[in-house]
Ligand binder design. Structure first.
Ligand code: DOR
Ligand code: ZN
Length: 346
């Protein structure tokens, strides 16, 4: 196959940041994607419906002329989040989901949740009104090894929460382990998972073999090869519970290339080319559309995009920039370590 036409994709987990970085990266997403769920971990975070409204306006103002793109807004869950504010945000059509960051789990998560008991009133309200909870599924307990944090989260936080509130719709974001895939598969309903582009391509060796490579460092951190294979199997299976959330997370290079580098991999610009390559490798190009364009909207109760895009396999490899320039500094582009031939032709 050298040509594939699919519905325009959406990205169900994206970091756009703000200000000069927002202006520098949004074009890469808007070029290919119709919609994206926008992460709220700004400094300060997007906590209230009012914050989300203002942030949405800044995003809309930054979309390049001629592109159409719809940001789907989320709220950053805190122990003080007001159930009435969340309900009003959903009722107004502004809020698509609420995001749970366990405090300390990742970039700008210190204002997140320490004790989930304190967030129960808002979680109960979300269950009642059908508003999904997007979850960064890692425990932050120092005793737990960083490679085990997702599995331990499922056992000690997610499963008890879902038993306590079976009506709550939960998106387990950026699943990185076979444990996560198996857990989603074994759950009856109200649970789905997003998978990033980079976790389908790299395992933990990418970060550590031959030197320490900060541009492959993200959270949850890439795991062993057996986990990557489980993610590839799930993503390419067509199972409606799995869909794309790139977690494209730009940081200016100096903030990654230093003694304590930030977590995040920037993939917006070449994600569709990478995914077509992965699905072709797996003999599953016919299921790419389910992963990028159908399963996500179905889970969030939205219609799939009517518009189509055509991917074309070029004989010569594509050339993507090694870095993009933004007003907030250079951002290194994800290098999948293989040549990319699939081009989004329009
Ligand atoms: O790698 C990551 N980067 N993982 C996250 O959970 C947050 C993100 C960011 O905001 O940079
Ligand atoms: Zn993220």
């Amino acid at each position: 196959m050298t040509e594939l036409t699919i519905r325009r994709p959406d990205d169900w987990h994206l970091h756009l940041r703000d200000g000069a970085m927002l202006a520098g990266v949004i074009g890469d997403t808007a070029r290919h994607f119709a919609r994206a769920i926008i992460m709220p971990n700004l400094v300060p975070p997007v906590v209230t419906t009012e914050d989300a409204k203002a942030y949405r306006a800044r995003i809309l103002a930054a979309i390049p002329a001629g592109d159409r793109f719809e940001p789907l807004m989320t709220l950053y869950l805190t122990e003080h989040t007001e159930p009435d504010d969340v309900e009003a945000g959903k009722a107004s059509g502004l809020i698509t989901a609420v995001k749970l960051y366990p405090a300390g789990a990742t970039t700008n998560s210190h204002g997140g949740v320490r004790n989930l008991d304190n967030a129960m009133p808002v979680l109960e309200r979300m269950a009642k009104i059908g508003l999904p909870l997007c979850v960064h599924g890692e425990v932050t307990t120092p005793e737990v090894d960083i490679f085990d944090r997702e599995a331990v989260f499922i056992e000690t936080v997610l499963d008890p929460l879902r038993k306590r509130l079976p009506e709550l719709k939960v998106t387990m974001e950026h699943v990185t382990t076979k444990d996560g895939i198996d857990y989603i598969r074994s759950s009856g309903r109200n649970l789905a998972g997003s998978i990033t582009t980079h976790h389908l391509i790299i395992n933990r060796n990418a970060i550590l073999v031959g030197g320490i490579r900060p541009h492959y460092y993200c959270l949850p951190v890439a795991k062993r090869e057996e986990h990557r294979l489980a993610l590839r199997e799930a993503a390419t299976s067509g199972d409606r519970r799995f869909f794309l959330g790139t977690d494209s997370a730009p940081h200016a290079d100096p903030l990654k290339e230093c003694a304590c580098g930030c977590a995040g991999i920037y993939t917006s610009i070449n994600t569709m080319s990478c995914l077509a390559h992965v699905f072709e490798d797996e003999g599953a190009l016919d299921r790419l559309e389910a992963f990028t364009s159908l399963n996500g909207p179905a889970w969030y109760g939205l219609a799939p995009n009517e518009e189509r895009v055509t991917l074309v396999r070029r004989d010569d490899p594509l050339s993507f920039p090694h870095k993009i320039d933004t007003g907030a500094g250079p951002v290194t582009v994800f290098d999948p370590m293989f040549k990319l031939h699939w081009d989004v032709a329009g």
